[in-house]
Design a protein around this ligand. Structure first.
Ligand SMILES: Cc1cc2nc3c(=O)[nH]c(=O)nc-3n(C[C@H](O)[C@H](O)[C@H](O)COP(=O)(O)OP(=O)(O)OC[C@H]3O[C@@H](n4cnc5c(N)ncnc54)[C@H](O)[C@@H]3O)c2cc1C
Length: 390
């Protein structure tokens, strides 16, 4: 049995960031990742908000992301209505358009330079903890012993379930199919609203000119179609996507060759505790919500930064174990607020005319300076602060 200071289950954005933070602090850390490589089927997150760029800047790696993405004003409370943060007191008074597969590749490259061991194509299936450590059990029958185990294993987190941590919240009220496909016919690109809700078609390759998205010609199309009723939890098929497109656009534009078809919902849940003894949770394992506003990856990366130095201090015996409890105390309220704001934003997306009137009202408010500053600070993560106490 191999012994590590920390084992991380899951090498998505949160697990990678946490591993980097721990390695920088000299902690012996390993990631166990189910995927055989860092390749990500599907694009998922569309980029970074200002606070996440600041965090990467603190580690000297912001330029790696900035050089590959599209700098733009992206903090939005209502989709398509970006709130300008160019007058905010930060070096990074903007966001960055960059798909999650690139974000993960860059993070994995950094973590690789820090010589973190990543056990790829391996899966954690359970764990047992005692007073001195945790044994993480792997699907191949082996186990890894560590002082601490961190579940960065996504919304369906096995670590959270095995730790018996409650995941209270709200069931989905809406769902959408999301996919990357080729189309035989030229689609109508952009956002469309109808009595089902909001839908969008866009190319993966784009540039931003004067605040407007300009799609490059050709290449796969990223499809998002809202469904009439929250869809079943199983994996959707090309046929489901075709039917979804026909229901909205009257045609499926001859879709073929999908590289990703998935479904997301506005299910909203948060772990009741971020720590159970020597087991901790971070990222989607600790909180799930609608992707509206683009806050999931940011919250996970920032969880990792809050937890990383604390776990390092405890493992290196510089601080007492009680320091770990400040991780829940500081980060649980941050994600709880993200849950609240995504629930509110999801309601504002509803297609009926009364909600449209409400959207107009909110939009008018957000054009005023003080509300713009307050909501932009929230959506970009720039207003997050922790009470320093006495
Ligand atoms: C359509 C869509 C759009 C989104 N857009 C945005 C956006 O614009 N901005 C934003 O900030 N967020 C966005 N998100 C959310 C973002 O994708 C997630 O919040 C982010 O991926 C969470 O990172 P994570 O590392 O916590 O979890 P994950 O990315 O889910 O990573 C978990 C990792 O753990 C691995 N794993 C799982 N179980 C095990 C196991 N038992 N053993 C070993 N490995 C395991 C998985 O293979 C995976 O690599 C979007 C999500 C979706 C679905």
């Amino acid at each position: 049995m191999t012994e590590r200071a920390v084992v991380i289950a899951g090498g998505g954005p949160t697990g990678l960031m946490l591993a980097g933070e721990l390695a920088l602090a000299g902690v012996d850390v390993a990631i166990v990742e189910r995927r055989p490589s860092q390749d990500l089927p599907g694009s998922r997150s569309g980029g970074l908000h200002s606070r996440t760029i600041e965090v990467f800047d603190m580690r000297g790696i912001a330029d790696r992301f900035l050089s590959e993405g599209t700098v733009a004003q992206v903090a939005a409370y209502l989709p398509g209505k970006a709130l300008d943060i160019s007058d905010f007191p930060t070096r990074h008074n903007y966001g960055l358009g960059l798909w999650q597969n690139h974000i993960e590749r860059i993070l994995a490259g950094w973590v690789g330079e820090l010589a973190v061991t990543i056990y790829r194509g391996r899966e954690v299936t359970g764990f047992a903890q005692d007073d001195t450590g945790v044994d993480a059990e792997l699907a191949d029958g082996q186990s890894l012993r560590a002082q601490y185990l961190v579940g960065c294993d996504g919304g369906r987190s096995l670590i959270r379930k095995a730790a018996g941590i409650e995941f209270p919240g709200w069931d989905p009220t809406t769902s959408a199919l999301i996919a990357e496909v080729e189309m035989a016919e030229e689609p109508e690109l952009g956002i469309r609203r109808d009595d089902l809700g909001v839908h969008s078609l866009g190319r993966l390759e784009y540039e931003i000119h004067d605040g407007e998205v300009v799609y490059m010609d050709g290449g796969p199309v990223r499809v998002m179609v809202t469904e009439r009723h929250p869809g079943p939890t199983g994996e959707p098929t090309l046929r489901d996507l075709s039917e979804g497109l026909i229901a909205v656009y009257g045609t499926d534009y001859g879709i073929h060759s999908p590289t990703w078809i998935s479904r997301f919902t506005d299910m909203t849940r948060q772990a009741a505790a971020y720590r159970e003894g020597r087991v901790l949770l971070a990222g989607d394992a600790a909180h799930v919500h609608s992707p509206v506003g683009g806050q999931g990856l940011q919250t996970g990366v920032q969880d990792a930064v809050n937890l990383g130095w604390k776990l390092a201090q405890v493992v290196n015996r510089t601080s007492p174990e009680s320091l770990l409890d400040t991780y829940h105390a500081e980060r649980h309220p941050v994600a709880a607020r993200v849950l609240r704001n995504t629930m509110a934003q999801t309601v504002l997306l509803r297609p009926d005319e009364r909600t449209e009137a409400l959207r107009d009202t909110v939009s008018e408010l957000l054009r005023m300076d003080e509300p713009r500053k307050r909501f932009a600070a929230m959506m970009s993560g720039l207003d997050i602060h922790y009470d320093p106490g006495e």
